[in-house]
Design a protein around this ligand. Sequence first.
Ligand SMILES: NC(=O)c1ccc[n+]([C@@H]2O[C@H](COP(=O)([O-])OP(=O)(O)OC[C@H]3O[C@@H](n4cnc5c(N)ncnc54)[C@H](OP(=O)(O)O)[C@@H]3O)[C@@H](O)[C@H]2O)c1
Length: 302
Amino acid sequence: MAPSVLITGASGYTGSRLARRLLRDGWIVHVIARPSSNLAPLTDMIDKVRVHYYQGTTESMLRIVGEAKPDIVAHLASFASVTYRSQDIHAMLHSNVIFGADLMEAMMRHKVYNLINTGTFSQHYDHLPYNPNSLYAASKQAFEDIARYYLESSPLRCITLTLFDSYGPKDPRNKIVNLLYNAYVTGEPLATTPGEQLLDMVYIDDVVQAYTLAASRLLRGTAEPHEKYAVSSRNPLTLRRLVALFEEEVGAKLKVVWGAKPYREREIMVPWTEGSLLPDWHPQVDIRTGIKLYLADKGCAP
Ligand SMILES: NC(=O)c1ccc[n+]([C@@H]2O[C@H](COP(=O)([O-])OP(=O)(O)OC[C@H]3O[C@@H](n4cnc5c(N)ncnc54)[C@H](OP(=O)(O)O)[C@@H]3O)[C@@H](O)[C@H]2O)c1
């Protein structure tokens, strides 16, 4: 019998790539969406995944987990943003706290005891075990604290994967590699910070590989009740260096306006390095190769 997974955040970049990979590996893939979800990233596999709709209620989550009864839940849903407007607070807390609590409660009710949770390096400002750089990071930690209750009171096993900056082909997010590409194709100036902050860039396939290894570990039953791993390149580079590499790969100079923006309040200048790597996981794609793959997907020949 093929193993089954229930993925939250499957309409997002990482979640959709994980869904594609697990389908390819023969998993039965259930995903949780919302009535408002944009399922475009799942278009090419929509007839293969089983889509369940969360209506914002505990009852709907109970129904979903009861119908799917997955071997593993991979929880990636999040209003993921270190900057926010006051009017975003409810959406952020709903995604990172209420949705997660509904998920845990439903897992307990249906005796689903394997969870892969997704953390962020921004929970570790100043290299501390916990120091959130943003409300987003604090709300991710709030979910971990809620999960702790379920870990203490049930047979639940949880692997938290702490992600850094992911990038790769077909990324719809407004993140740095896409910004550089847009600056390249439009020739428009790109206003940035002074650019000395270190970025821990991890290629999307390496991120997805970490989830598949964590899933195997949970299925084998070799995981401790709560394990935490960093999905880190172990080789961060400054934004300036990233721009230089990108320019080398496209063979053109971008109009980057260094220092046009200040660093963010609590900007992480040196990402957290204290987390352990998942056993048997090592990033396979270095940043230059990752940029080449990104550009090849855009049809840019070197
Ligand atoms: N990207 C990074 O570099 C990075 C770094 C550190 C940690 N992470 C973590 O990695 C995970 C995946 O990140 P990503 O960048 O791939 O995500 P993404 O592309 O921004 O997608 C976010 C997903 O979360 C769902 N979501 C948002 N608000 C929700 C809510 N209130 N209730 C339920 N679902 C909601 C979205 O579903 P809808 O379609 O329904 O809106 C979407 O599927 C997140 O947990 C994020 O915190 C990412």
